[in-house]
Design a protein around this ligand. Structure first.
Ligand SMILES: [Zn+2]
Ligand SMILES: [Zn+2]
Length: 364
């Protein structure tokens, strides 16, 4: 067991508490990671503000990259000193869903999340929970060997961490979730970290038109850098604007906000037979009410994609190579790198909507 510093959420809508915690030794298939960089993600904010409930106290933070510090007795593919990015959906690799590549739907996820001892504890012995079994706002954490992907030295960890959540989620939704065809037309509703990744995925997939939709003009300007061919301010009648721009609805729409209203927009902007893909995480209790004619008369489809739809390890390794080739833009997505103690300020800045991604540096 080691002692380290963590940012602990002890009550919703309160500042994080920077305090010493105990981090357990790795189990046989685990690795203890010295966390170097963590991207600030809207999912963290859901837990911090209570729109999605969590057991407290908890360490949030999950878009993680770091350096392997020590390994469990059964670990064979990683060594201390390896630079790694988190693949955040723990999976067994052996159940029916894992075997067909749907590891985000692992049937044994509850069992493999169990540890004989808590991973994190306060110095008085109280258990500290970890968001998604990651708990990245801690200078050290424990992760399973198969939840980490080694990256080349050329991939800076302050940008590499983006691969772990927003890039895999966004690009994965395009490639594996909706399976966008070359030449197709795409609309992306919400252009934060995940939306920017979806735009890049659509560009890589060979979409012939990519319409970025957001309420923030700075984000729309950035969307053009990632590959948007058209932009629409979300305050307008989005479906009518897209009709004007393209002369038709789109083949694929992606919702990266997490609200019932934007989900309805995603369905509305489709041409008949188009596919709407819900990617944004909606607050607990969100229900969708949608006009049914879309599905029979217009043969539209509504699907979801979670964390890139299931092949994170392989995809992250490929996306890292696309970054090294200059085809996947990561540096451009990092609006700011902040110190560990400035995480609360970073989340405040994120709420303003002008940033794509703020990354915390835990090495200083
Ligand atoms: Zn995230
Ligand atoms: Zn499984």
């Amino acid at each position: 067991m080691i002692t380290t510093e963590a940012a602990v959420l002890t009550a919703v809508n309160e500042p994080l508490e920077f305090t010493e915690i105990l981090v357990d030794d790795p189990e046989p298939h685990e690795v203890r990671l010295a966390v170097s960089n963590v991207g600030l993600c809207h999912s963290d904010l859901h837990y911090m503000t209570g729109t999605v409930s969590a057991d407290l106290p908890v360490v949030v933070g999950h878009e993680v990259a770091g350096v392997v510090e020590s390994v469990g007795s059964a670990v064979t593919t990683l060594r201390p000193g390896d630079r790694v990015v988190g693949a955040l959906t723990p999976s067994c690799g052996m159940c029916r869903n894992c075997q067909v590549g749907h590891s985000t739907q692992c049937q044994r996820v509850t069992r493999i999340r169990q540890r004989p001892r808590p991973a994190f504890q306060l110095l008085d012995g109280r258990v500290v929970h970890r968001l998604g079994d990651v708990g990245a706002f801690s200078r050290h954490t424990l992760m399973r060997e198969n939840s980490l992907v080694k990256v080349a030295d050329e991939v800076g960890l302050h940008v590499g961490c983006l691969l772990s959540c927003c890039i895999i989620t966004g690009v994965g939704a395009v490639f594996r979730g909706a399976e966008v065809r070359p030449g197709a037309t795409v609309a992306v509703i919400g252009c934060g970290g995940v939306g920017s990744a979806i735009i890049q995925g659509a560009r890589l997939a060979g979409a012939s038109a990519i319409v970025a939709v957001d309420l923030d003009d700075a984000r729309l300007a950035a969307a053009r850098v990632y590959g948007a061919t058209h932009v629409v301010n979300g305050a307008a009648d989005v479906a009518a604007e897209i009709q004007n721009l393209l002369g038709d609805g789109v083949d694929y729409s992606f919702e990266a906000v997490g609200s019932a209203r934007t989900a309805a927009t995603a369905l509305e902007v489709l041409r008949p037979t188009g596919t709407a893909c819900l990617v944004g995480i909606a607050p607990d209790g969100t229900d969708l009410t949608l006009p049914a004619w879309n599905f029979f008369f217009s043969e539209k489809r509504l699907i979801g994609s979670y964390m890139g739809s299931g092949q994170a390890q392989e995809d992250i390794a490929q996306f890292a190579r696309l970054y090294q080739q200059g085809r996947l833009l990561l540096d451009e997505m990092v609006s700011d790198v902040i110190g560990f103690r400035d995480i609360d300020k970073g989340f405040e800045a994120m709420k303003s909507g002008e940033v794509t991604r703020i990354v915390a540096d835990l090495t200083v």
